[in-house]
Ligand binder design. Structure first.
Ligand code: HEC
Length: 246
């Protein structure tokens, strides 16, 4: 049975049309989810190369402590003038001239008194943020590590979910294109999603090594989107548009 015969069966058109809309909506909501979780990373509106870079390569200009005191925790400082020098102090471990002795001394003399006055209301045993106590150098130290992006285990987990989930979407969409769409559109559209997916996920791994690979992720996502959206819109037109009964 070919695609045309299949469409003559009762119920075939609504069935295909609904499945196609569900798949399109599945892609769209995945995109919205991705947009909402990546777009805020660089502090600028919209999804850009920076967001991709920060997600996969890490934002190597900052660390957890520095980004929190310049972000959501800034309002807890009684004196906002404490933020700039404390940021410098927090970023020192990544610098070539880093002096661990001096760093610890500045912690005891200047940082700890501010933490006691401004932060330990919550960042202490039994406080609102007792999962992250800020009462000693050791407790603060691990928050000063530079963000170098996801580790191999995290990226592998993320990749396999994405490759299998999106791979199924690419497979179904490609098969629908090959069976129901005219040549040559079918040939091109059926390959786009899988090609885009491989480029996208390959781009994640490369971007983790070098930030310059971030455009591959955007290109891969773009090809994937073009294949999915193109196929499902043409399929709807083929099912219900002019000439669809032939
Ligand atoms: C009113 C309670 C409160 C005060 C006061 C407060 N924090 Fe927080 N802090 C939180 C909460 C709740 C979180 C977790 C929220 C989140 O992760 O977005 C948090 C998270 C953090 C983190 C991230 C911890 C981690 O393990 O990821 C840092 C660093 C931090 N705060 C620093 C500070 C500093 C420095 C001060 C003082 C200037 C401060 N906070 C004052 C409630 C507080």
């Amino acid at each position: 049975m070919n695609g045309r015969d299949f469409l003559t069966r009762p119920g075939a058109r609504p069935f295909l049309s609904l499945v196609s809309l569900a798949l399109l909506a599945g892609w769209f909501t995945a995109f919205v989810n991705l947009y909402l979780s990546y777009a805020p990373l660089d502090g600028e509106p919209g999804l850009g190369l920076r967001d991709i870079e920060y997600h996969f390569h890490g934002n190597r200009n900052t660390n957890r402590f520095a980004s929190m005191i310049n972000g959501p925790m800034a309002e807890n400082f009684f004196d906002p003038n404490d933020i700039p020098w404390m940021t410098e102090w927090a970023l020192a471990p990544g610098r070539p001239d880093f002096d661990p002795e001096a760093h610890r001394r500045v912690f005891e003399e200047r940082v700890l008194p501010v933490l006691e006055d401004d932060c330990q209301l919550c960042h202490v045993e039994g406080g609102k943020a007792d999962f992250a106590p800020l009462t000693s150098y050791e407790e603060v130290e691990h928050l000063l590590q530079v963000d170098t992006g996801p580790d191999t285990a995290a990226l592998a987990r993320f990749s396999h979910f994405h490759l299998i989930g999106m791979g199924l979407l690419a497979a179904l969409t490609g098969l629908l294109a090959l069976v129901f769409l005219p040549i040559p559109a079918a040939g091109i559209l059926s390959c786009l999603p899988a090609a885009g997916l491989l480029l996208d996920v390959g781009g994640w791994w490369l971007t983790r090594e070098t930030a310059r690979a971030a455009p591959l992720v955007i290109l891969g996502g773009g090809l994937f989107a073009a294949g999915i959206v193109g196929t499902h819109l043409l399929l709807q037109a083929r099912l219900w548009g002019p000439g669809s009964r032939r």
